[in-house]
Design a protein. Structure first.
Lengths: 121, 149
């Protein structure tokens, strides 16, 4: 894969998952490694079309291909999905910390106001 | 839409909705709480620029130094509804300009103070893909992961 920034990977992963055939391919691959021809068999579309779907999944990093003799074996690789999860977790940590520190700042303001009021009174 | 791809966090404040809202748009306050929040995440919190043009269509720009590199965050205010709501785009690099992610801060009054909720949604183009995924993207992710175990 070329420029695999998290954003790029995510982008590709979303395109890849936006199609029912590709999701079905992934579901089948989640059960284990499979040959391209076996994988293509249940679909009512040509092997050529299935290959195109597989290429998209490969580009998204969701599927990897290895060659054994003349066979092409495909394997599901969930790392691209993990990237998406991590992206969400990172943002949540970021905003969570932001809100907590804002609270801290406002609480300090209250405390200093109370203590100065106390001095006046 | 069944499932959304978004980051969502809430926080209970003792302060009033107005104070939380105003602190969000006050550059001096932002500088302080952003620095400490970056530090709490293990970063230097060395803030360089805080620019806020608090009107609808106005831009903001925040930056801090991370290992000698200036990390920049910027965006545009889409909605400013004091003291209830602030909606802004959030961009971390120029490639995100075309389809920026969107952050919605909602402030709701509570018995004591208020509750602020932040929702960070994925880029518009991604949201579109999620909408077209009939079972929702996250559910797909979960089911695929379950099958792996």
């Amino acid at each position: 894969m070329t420029s695999s920034t998290p954003e790029r990977l995510l982008d590709d992963a979303f395109v890849a998952l936006a199609d029912p055939t590709r999701r079905e391919i992934l579901r089948r691959l989640a059960a284990g490694e499979a040959r391209v021809t076996v994988l293509a068999a249940p679909f009512a579309i040509s092997l050529n079309s299935v290959s195109k779907h597989i290429k998209l999944l490969e580009r998204a990093g969701l599927v990897v291909r290895r060659k054994v003799g003349r066979e092409h074996l495909l394997r599901f690789q969930p790392n691209a999905l993990r990237e998406a999860r991590e992206w969400i977790a990172k943002l949540e940590a970021f905003w969570k910390a932001g809100l907590a520190e804002l609270d801290e700042l406002l609480t300090k303001e209250d405390e200093s106001r109370e203590s100065s009021d106390g001095r006046k009174g | 839409m069944d499932a959304k791809v978004e980051a969502r966090v809430s926080h209970q404040f003792k302060a009033s909705p107005e104070r939380v809202y105003d602190a969000w748009l006050d550059p001096n306050k932002c500088r302080v709480w952003m620095a400490s929040s970056l530090q709490s995440m293990g970063l230097a919190g060395d803030i360089r620029r805080i620019e806020i043009d608090a009107r609808v269509g106005g831009r903001f720009f925040f930056s801090d130094m991370r290992n000698g590199v200036e990390a920049c965050h910027w965006g545009t205010y889409l909605e400013l509804d004091r003291p209830r709501k602030i909606v802004f785009t959030w961009i971390v690099d120029a490639s995100g300009e075309a389809d920026p992610s969107k952050v919605t801060l909602t402030i709701e009054p509570a018995a004591e103070g208020c509750v602020a909720t932040m929702v960070h949604e994925m880029d518009e183009q991604w949201k579109d893909y999620v909408a077209r995924t009939e079972n929702g993207w996250l559910r797909m992710l979960q089911s695929v992961e379950q099958q792996l175990h």
